[in-house]
Design a protein around this ligand. Structure first.
Ligand SMILES: *Cc1c(COP(=O)(O)O)cnc(C)c1O
Length: 355
C-alpha cells in the first residue's frame, strides 16, 4: 500500500514551515505595513516593490483548467530542477535511501541525488530501442527505494516510453514515481496528468522552458495529489517564484494557441530535419524523436562536434555517454538554422580532420 506519511522523512512530518507576512494576512486592505517593503516603489519604476503571492494562486487558476486538475494539485518551482531537489529533501534520508534512474537520461536526477547524498541505482534503458527494462526496475526496488525517475519523452534519446511500462511501475511500486514530461508537448502520447487520481504515487513534471519558449523565467510545474503538493509547499522557500516570473507566465498561459502553433512548426521542422539527416552519408543513425531534438549517431562524434563549434554551431555532445556513444543531440532550430546545420555537416570531411 502507498502511504505518503510513512514515505516522508520523519523531521519533515513535524516541520513547522516559515510563515511569511503574505501567509499571515492575505485579505484586502489599503495600507500594508507588515512586510518591510518599500512603499515609495522600486528604483526602476516597475511595479515590483511588493512581495509576490507565495502560492501563485492567480497563475495556478489559469493552468488548472488547461491540464484538467484543481489548483491544489499544482506545485510551481524555480525550474523543474527546484521540484526535483525538494522531492529529494522531503522523501530521501541522506546516506540511507536510494532512488532509481534509467540512463541515459536527464543529468539533474543524479546531480540532485549527489547533492543530497542519496544513493542512485541505475537500470539502463534497453539498448536497441531505449525502452524501459520494467523487470529490471522492479527487481532493483528495495526497502530503501523512495523514488523512480522516468523521463518521457526521454532526454537525450528522444523517445516516449510505452504507457504499459510506466503503468506497470506505478502499480508495482509503493514509493513515488516522478514522470518528467518536459517534452510531452512534442509527443503524440497523452500526458499522465490525466491519471493522477488513479495513481496517488505519481508526480508529473512539466516546464515552461521548452514548448512555451520561456526558459529564462525559470518556471517548472509538478502535478501530483493535493497531499504531495502540500508537502512541497511546506518546504519550499517562501517566495520561490518571483513576481516578474508570475506576471510573464500569466501572459504566456493566456496565449495557449500561440504555443500550439509554435509546436506544430517545430514538429514540421523536426520531420524535415530528420529526413535530411537520414539522407546524409556521414550520419549512421537518426533516432526517432518525440521531442524537440534529434539524436544522431556519427563516426567520431566528438570531432564532428568540435568541427561544428568551429562553424559557430553548437549541438549537445553526448559522445561519451553510455548507450549513446558517438551520438550528438541536436535541438530542432528554425528553418534557416536547420539548413545551415545541414550545410555545415555536408561540408565536413572526416579525413581532413583526422590528419
Ligand atoms: C529541459 C528539461 C527540463 C526543464 O528544466 P527547467 O529547470 O524547468 O528548465 C526538465 N526535464 C528534462 C528532462 C529536460 O530536458
Amino acid at each position: 500500500m502507498f502511504d505518503l506519511n510513512a514515505l516522508l522523512r520523519p523531521h519533515i512530518r513535524t516541520l513547522k514551515p516559515y510563515s511569511s507576512a503574505r501567509d499571515e494576512f492575505s485579505g484586502s486592505a489599503s495600507i500594508f505595513l507588515d512586510a518591510n517593503e518599500n512603499p515609495f516603489g522600486s528604483v526602476t519604476g516597475a511595479d515590483i516593490n511588493r512581495y509576490p503571492d507565495p502560492l501563485q494562486r492567480e497563475l495556478k487558476e489559469l493552468i488548472a483548467p488547461i491540464r484538467r486538475v484543481v489548483p491544489e494539485q499544482i506545485f510551481l518551482g524555480n525550474g523543474s530542477d527546484e521540484a526535483i531537489d525538494l522531492l529529494y529533501r522531503a522523501f530521501c534520508n541522506p546516506g540511507q535511501d536510494e532512488v532509481i534512474i534509467l540512463p541515459p537520461t536527464y543529468g539533474m536526477y543524479r546531480v540532485s541525488a549527489d547533492l543530497n547524498d542519496v544513493r542512485i541505482k541505475e537500470v539502463p534503458l534497453i539498448p536497441e530501442d531505449f525502452r524501459i527494462d520494467v523487470d529490471g526496475v522492479l527487481e532493483a526496488i528495495t526497502e530503501q527505494t523512495k523514488m523512480i525517475f522516468i523521463c518521457s519523452p526521454n532526454n537525450p534519446t528522444g523517445n516516449a516510453m510505452r504507457r504499459q511500462s510506466i503503468e506497470g511501475i506505478l502499480k508495482h511500486f509503493n514509493g513515488l514515481v516522478v514522470l518528467d514530461e518536459a517534452y510531452s508537448d512534442f509527443s503524440p502520447q497523452r500526458s499522465f496528468v490525466d491519471r493522477l487520481n488513479e495513481f496517488p504515487n505519481l508526480i508529473v513534471l512539466q516546464t515552461f522552458s521548452k514548448a512555451w519558449g520561456m526558459a529564462a523565467i525559470r518556471l517548472g510545474m509538478a502535478f501530483a495529489s493535493q497531499e504531495i503538493v502540500q508537502v512541497l509547499n511546506r518546504i519550499k522557500p517562501p517566495y520561490n517564484i518571483s513576481g516578474l516570473t508570475q506576471q510573464e507566465a500569466l501572459e504566456g498561459v493566456k496565449r495557449l494557441n500561440r504555443k500550439e502553433t509554435i509546436v506544430k512548426e517545430i514538429l514540421k521542422e523536426r520531420a524535415w530535419l530528420g529526413t535530411k539527416l537520414k539522407e546524409m552519408e556521414l550520419v549512421e543513425k537518426v533516432y526517432n524523436s518525440d521531442a524537440n531534438f534529434i539524436l544522431i549517431k556519427v563516426p567520431e562524434a566528438r570531432k564532428v562536434y568540435e568541427y561544428l563549434v568551429g562553424e559557430g554551431i553548437i549541438v549537445r555532445d553526448r559522445s561519451q555517454v553510455a548507450l549513446v556513444l558517438d551520438c550528438l543531440r541536436i535541438t530542432v532550430g528554425t528553418s534557416e538554422e536547420n539548413k545551415k546545420l545541414l550545410k555545415a555537416l555536408k561540408a565536413f570531411e572526416p579525413s581532413a580532420i583526422s590528419i
